[in-house]
Design a protein around this ligand. Structure first.
Ligand code: AMP
Length: 470
């Protein structure tokens, strides 16, 4: 919250009575900083480039002026279009805008893929004032003549960085070609990589930039911490230990990298407490995802396990904790993940589990968000499990690949075909290889003291053992 927000109120904006009533009913007492800055600009007709992450109140920041402008139901064709990267975000935007439009007769409707288009086409034919859409479905319906876009007077692009990441640029260009030129434009993005900056130059006209936090700065209201955890099974043990504290961890989102992890974690949680956990990921059908989200939202579920793409745009107020079971490889996703807790005026906590290979990514993330993420020692109650051979190989491979990218001359400690014993042992001497500065480019290996394994993963493991002893 900015300091000035203490004095601002929604009544200071020239919003109509219907909107002020809905704002009060939603429980918004004061505008958030992004609302305070954006609402007057949009009401005055400017284009706005907003850098704000989920959880800052950005939806109402562009939504309230939009509802003010479109005002009441009129004609058949949409007069405003909000583009969103995922169906979850599209659905969330629809819910949020409808809530703010409760006391108007505006027809707000979201279209997205994953469902047959028939019902969507029928609804559009009955008349829509504000259309929310994912780019693919929008173009599909437009190209087959089910959607007329010539009445558009406002275009909002939400989560533009994610749109670029997901490869929607060609679709967005195509949309820009077919909609009226004279219109008001809004672009919101959590971060401002070059691709988004370029896009904003292409389609915003003399925009005013609103930035509530520096790009990729994580929500100030979220307390963050990190555990070094050597492997999957130990991560499960740590999760088990943390979740014993039922009162504290009462509504938890658990993020992981893969569908397999999502399923395994959900299976584990379900065995512990029946009916309290569900997973959402790319292999889940649309209905399963919607149901899981709803159950989590209304408190039937204590845990929602999610992959990044599936979780994007989900609006779950008052999540007590975000647990990053795996570290995201797309660093911006960290910001999005932790934005699920500490939303708007609530405080929250984000806890990350990182194995040896993932620690590097956490360092990069800490740099990106300009914040230190304090490391906590594994509680002694958490049983440390041995790392399986496959997992060890996976981590070693990841570390090697990264080192090779950093230094093309790096020889690599990981060799696919060797057994773990052979990997670290010099066949001639029967002693472990030495790596690092003493080892020449040609692969001369100096002898270390016997018994000291020097592979990167082993080094990290030794470091880890050391830190745990402290
Ligand atoms: P958003 O960043 O738009 O996804 O909003 C995040 C959450 O903050 C949503 O649950 C909103 O309902 C809530 N919110 C938005 N504006 C306010 C406000 N002025 N006061 C309190 N909560 C808000």
């Amino acid at each position: 919250m900015s300091e000035s927000s203490a004095t601002a109120s929604f009544a200071d904006f020239k919003l109509n009575k219907q909107l002020l009533m809905a704002v009060a009913e939603a429980g918004f007492e004061q505008p958030t900083p992004v609302q305070e800055q954006t609402i007057p600009l949009l009401l005055a007709g400017h284009d706005v480039l907003g850098i704000a992450q989920t959880g800052t109140g950005k939806t109402a920041a562009f939504g309230l002026p939009l509802l003010m402008k479109v005002k009441y139901a009129q004609g058949t064709h949409p007069r405003a279009l909000v583009l969103a990267p995922t169906r979850e975000l599209a659905m969330q935007l629809e819910t949020h805008l409808k809530r703010l439009a409760t006391y108007t007769d505006l027809r707000i409707f979201a279209i997205y893929g994953g469902l047959g288009p028939k019902t969507q086409i029928e609804t559009i034919a009955q008349g829509v004032d504000i259309l929310i859409a994912t780019p693919g479905r929008l173009l599909e319906l437009y190209l087959q003549g089910d959607l007329i876009l010539k009445e558009l007077k406002t275009l909002v692009l939400d989560e533009a960085d994610k749109m670029m990441d997901m490869g929607f640029m060609p679709q967005i260009r195509r949309v820009l070609e077919v909609i009226p030129r004279k219109r008001q434009n809004v672009l919101f993005s959590a971060t401002m990589p070059d691709k988004v900056a370029k896009l904003s130059e292409e389609f915003l006209e003399f925009p005013v930039r609103v930035e509530v936090t520096p790009a990729a700065t994580s929500a100030q209201t979220v307390s963050q911490s990190l555990y070094r955890v050597p492997n999957f099974l130990t991560k499960i043990n740590l999760l088990d230990y943390l979740l014993l504290d039922w009162d504290t961890f009462h509504r938890v989102m658990i993020f992981c990298r893969t569908k397999e992890h999502a399923e395994n974690i959900t299976g584990f949680l379900t065995r512990k407490v029946v009916g309290e956990a569900r997973a959402i990921h790319g292999n889940k059908g649309q209905n399963a995802r919607i149901n899981a989200m709803e159950a989590f939202r209304n408190g039937e579920l204590r845990f929602l396990v999610a992959t990044d793409v599936a979780a994007r745009g989900i609006d779950v107020p008052q999540v007590s904790h975000v647990i990053n079971f795996d570290v995201p490889l797309v660093y911006d996703d960290y910001v999005h993940r932790i934005g699920r807790t500490g939303r708007a005026t609530h405080t929250g906590a984000a806890i990350t589990f990182a194995n040896d290979a993932e620690l590097h990514h956490m360092e990069q993330i800490a740099k990106l968000i300009h914040q230190e993420i304090p490391e906590l020692l594994l509680p002694p109650e958490v049983k440390v499990m041995p790392t399986t051979f496959e997992e060890q190989q996976g981590m070693a491979r990841e570390i090697d690949e990264r080192r090779r990218r950093q230094d093309p001359d790096f020889q690599g400690a990981f060799h696919e075909k060797k057994t773990p014993l052979q990997k670290d042992v010099d066949k001639r001497t029967g002693l472990p290889y030495v790596e690092g500065p003493n080892r020449s480019q040609k692969g001369n290996k100096k002898r270390p003291s016997p018994g000291k394994s020097q592979s990167p993963a082993a080094k990290a493991a030794a470091k880890l053992r050391g830190s745990r002893r402290k």
